[in-house]
Design a protein around this ligand. Structure first.
Ligand SMILES: [Zn+2]
Length: 147
């Protein structure tokens, strides 16, 4: 993803992407968002859902009785790797619960229907290198590689 969109997500969701500039020995987030710009909206809505749920959870029993640092350490979701694999989004995250796991599952499924390059409706195609892209981006990549 481009630096501009990378920065936007990190500024909007500082808690989820707190390890974005962490050590490569501790997190894969140091490599950034390893996919195209077309999935920006999927990640944006996913993180909005995750953080909204977490902020709500913070106010419920038994979490509301916890000191801030204990809650942050054990219940604030933190992304450990975000990348493309076999044409789909992979969003790896620590401190999830069933609700968040479900949200991640929907986001990953949606990525198989959205062009990774531009965000238009797309389909998963290719054999060796499987990618999810739209017809227009597929034509562009064919021209680019002279096939
Ligand atoms: Zn496209």
């Amino acid at each position: 993803m481009t630096d501009e969109k990378d920065k936007l997500l990190c500024e909007k969701y500082p808690k989820i992407f707190r390890d974005r500039n962490g050590s490569m020995h501790e997190t894969c987030m140091c490599w950034g968002f390893d996919h195209g710009d077309g999935w920006f909206n999927i990640i944006d809505t996913l993180c909005g859902t995750i953080q909204h749920h977490t902020d709500w959870k913070r106010k419920q029993q038994p979490y509301c009785k916890m000191p801030d640092d204990v809650f942050e350490e054990n219940h604030q979701p933190v992304a450990s790797q975000v990348k493309e694999k076999f044409g789909g989004l992979r969003f790896y995250c620590d401190n999830t619960d069933d609700y968040i796991d479900g949200a991640i599952s929907i986001a990953e499924s949606m990525s198989y229907r959205i062009c990774e390059d531009c965000g238009s409706p797309g389909t998963t195609r290719g054999k060796g290198w499987i990618r999810t892209i739209c017809d227009a981006c597929n034509d562009k990549s064919k021209i680019g590689s002279n096939n």
